[in-house]
Design a protein around this ligand. Sequence first.
Ligand code: PLP
Length: 409
Amino acid sequence: MSDKSWRRNTLLVHAGTPRVENIQPTALPIFPSTSYQSESAERLDRLMAGEVPGFSYARHGNPNVEALVDAMKELEEAQTGIATASGMAAIDAALYATGVRPGDTVLVSQDVYGASLNLLGTIWAESEIQVVVGDFTDLTRFESLLQKHKPTSILIETLSNPLLKILDVPRIAELAHTVEAQLIVDNTFTTPLIMQPLTLGADIVVHSATKYLGGHGDAMGGIVVAREDYHDRLHQYLKLRGAVLGPFEAWLIHRGLRTLGVRFEKQCQNAAIIAEALRTSQIFERVFYPLFSDHPTYSVAQRLLAPALGGAVVTLDLGGSQATAFRFLNELQLVGSATTVGDIYTLCLYPVIASHRNQSPEERQTMGITDSMVRVSVGLEDPDDVISDLIQAAKIARRKDGSVVMQQD
Ligand SMILES: Cc1ncc(COP(=O)(O)O)c(C=O)c1O
């Protein structure tokens, strides 16, 4: 778009703006524009009032973000949703959407991501929200916490980190609603391929899109999806707090989403193979995998997970101390050591210094997280290469401990 009469400074600003009417790209282009022009002041007025669809200002909406949110709404069977700058912002937005007020109580599962516990225990607790943490694998105890505290909101994860406990989402939702509490479910570790918590009775679902949804370790973001009644509060939060997802990140995460099916299914298959091989090796004190019959939540997992989709995370207890875990991480040749999950690369995380570093040793002990526990987020490499690497690193780490390594070569 240019006009021959325009002067240089006008051309500098306007020349090269593409005409898009005749272009139909297969992939949605990226719209970095922070504002959008309307054909008339009257239309802008109606747009700002939410009476007509369209875009005005990037904090209020962006085509790439909207495309990603629309996709997530379909995948999670939700009616409304927002995308945020990170998974933490998504959890914060979800809590706000439930209308928690000073004096109210939020019940939170002890097995949620460490930073989620910290968010509640610091920022929300400072606003005089009472935060009660409990073990929700015990439904009798959960029910008595509900009766005692009558919470406004409850936060749980489908598959916990690092112990990989599966919570009974349908039953928890049913019990929560008996005291009119709203259930927020963090579906990051299971993705909508394994579970669609809204269809199981949850009120709001959140994701760290930084993990499996994006999947390639190159974009940070969060998603909140819910029933229509949460629309206004979620959008108000986003517009006023401003923790919006950028268009580039939205585009990358949306592209990631398109291959989630094949990626996640393969990662789950690899995790099952790796978990079985590591258990058989007898080198590790314990191997945690949700579909092992000795896992504490196996019966719930059997009910809620498809046999081929047990999640793509395996947790290892090396036995020994923090020094053993450090040696193990330092000896890895192929597997990376990084504080994330859900990438195409297999990555180990040591909860004591990462996801659960702000929990005291006593709190970690109560949760069942030991000093020699390492979480493996399984990627897309050949599982045999990953198995060899984990075993060689564990052998060195434990030999230097003086441990007797029982092995099968
Ligand atoms: C289950 C879960 N929820 C939320 C988050 C926070 O996501 P983000 O790092 O994108 O803020 C994480 C991060 O690891 C997570 O594991």
